[in-house]
Design a protein around this ligand. Structure first.
Ligand SMILES: Cc1cc2nc3c(=O)[nH]c(=O)nc-3n(C[C@H](O)[C@H](O)[C@H](O)COP(=O)(O)O)c2cc1C
Length: 213
C-alpha cells in the first residue's frame, strides 16, 4: 500500500506495549511515524517495558531496531512546532496509545497544552482519524462522559480490551489483537489477528447452529 504518515502518541496509561508494537508494524510497512510521549508515558515505559531509557533524557528511537528507524521522527512533548501540530501536514491518522484518562480528559476539552493534545485537536478539527486507546478500570462517570464527548466529536474510542475468542497463548497475541483493531480503523492491511469465521460443527453438534440451546 502507499506509504502514509501517522502521529503515534504514548500517554501515561498502562500498556505502552500496544504503542510500541503499533510503531513497529507501521515502520516495518514503510510508513512514516511521528512519535511523541508524555512525561508519564516515559515513566510507564521504563517500568513496564524495562526499557533502558533515561527518564531525564529519553531517546525513544532506541526502542526500535535500526532498520526500522528510517521513517521514525521523535518529537519532544513541548515541540508544538513539530509536524503533527499543523493541519497542513495532512497526517493520515493520529493515535493516542495507550491513552491515559488525564490526556483523554484534556483532549475532550480542547486543552492543546502539549504536542500530543494539539495533534489530537488538529485531527478532530481537520476531520482526520483520531484513535484513542484508553486503558483504565473501573471507569468513573467522568471517564465515560469524556469518552462520549470525544466519540461525539468524531474520535474513534478503541479501548485496550483484547478478545479471547482466538485462544491466545501469549501476551504478544493479546497485544497484537488490540493493535490489529487499531490498524483496521486506520485502514492499514495486516495479518495480526485471525478473522472470525463461523466455527465448523463438532461431532457433538454446533452450539452456533440456529435452534440449538
Ligand atoms: C505504572 C503506571 C501505570 C499507570 N496506568 C494508568 C492507566 O492504565 N490509566 C490511566 O489513566 N493512568 C494510569 N497511570 C497514571 C497516569 O500515568 C497519570 O495520571 C499521568 O498523570 C497521566 O499523564 P499524561 O496524560 O500526561 O500521560 C499510570 C501510572 C503509572 C506509573
Amino acid at each position: 500500500m502507499t506509504p502514509r504518515s501517522f502521529a503515534i502518541c504514548f500517554c501515561g496509561g498502562s500498556g505502552v506495549a500496544y504503542g510500541v508494537r503499533l510503531c513497529e508494524v507501521l515502520l516495518g510497512g514503510g510508513h512514516t511515524v511521528h512519535l511523541c510521549a508524555t512525561a508519564a508515558a516515559i515513566r510507564v515505559l521504563v517500568h513496564e517495558a524495562a526499557a533502558a531509557i533515561d527518564p531525564e533524557s529519553p531517546d525513544l528511537r532506541t526502542l526500535f531496531p535500526a532498520p526500522l528507524r528510517a521513517g521514525l521522527h521523535v518529537h519532544a512533548r513541548d515541540a508544538v512546532e513539530a509536524t503533527p501540530a499543523s493541519g497542513s501536514a495532512r497526517l493520515h491518522a493520529t493515535i493516542l496509545v495507550p491513552c491515559s484518562m488525564g490526556t483523554l480528559a484534556r483532549v475532550a476539552h480542547g486543552f492543546s497544552s502539549n504536542l500530543i493534545e494539539r495533534a489530537a485537536d488538529v485531527a478532530l478539527k481537520e476531520g482526520r482519524p483520531l484513535v484513542v486507546v484508553p486503558r483504565e478500570t473501573p471507569l468513573s462517570v467522568v471517564h465515560l462522559e469524556n469518552m462520549l464527548k470525544l466519540a461525539r466529536a468524531g474520535a474513534i474510542v478503541l479501548p485496550a480490551m483484547p478478545g479471547f475468542y482466538h485462544r491466545p497463548q501469549a501476551v504478544a497475541e493479546l497485544v497484537d489483537f488490540v493493535v490489529g483493531k487499531i490498524l483496521d480503523r486506520i485502514g492499514v492491511d495486516h495479518a495480526l489477528l485471525p478473522r472470525w469465521q463461523t466455527p465448523p460443527p463438532t461431532a457433538a453438534g454446533s452450539p452456533w447452529d440456529e435452534g440449538e440451546a
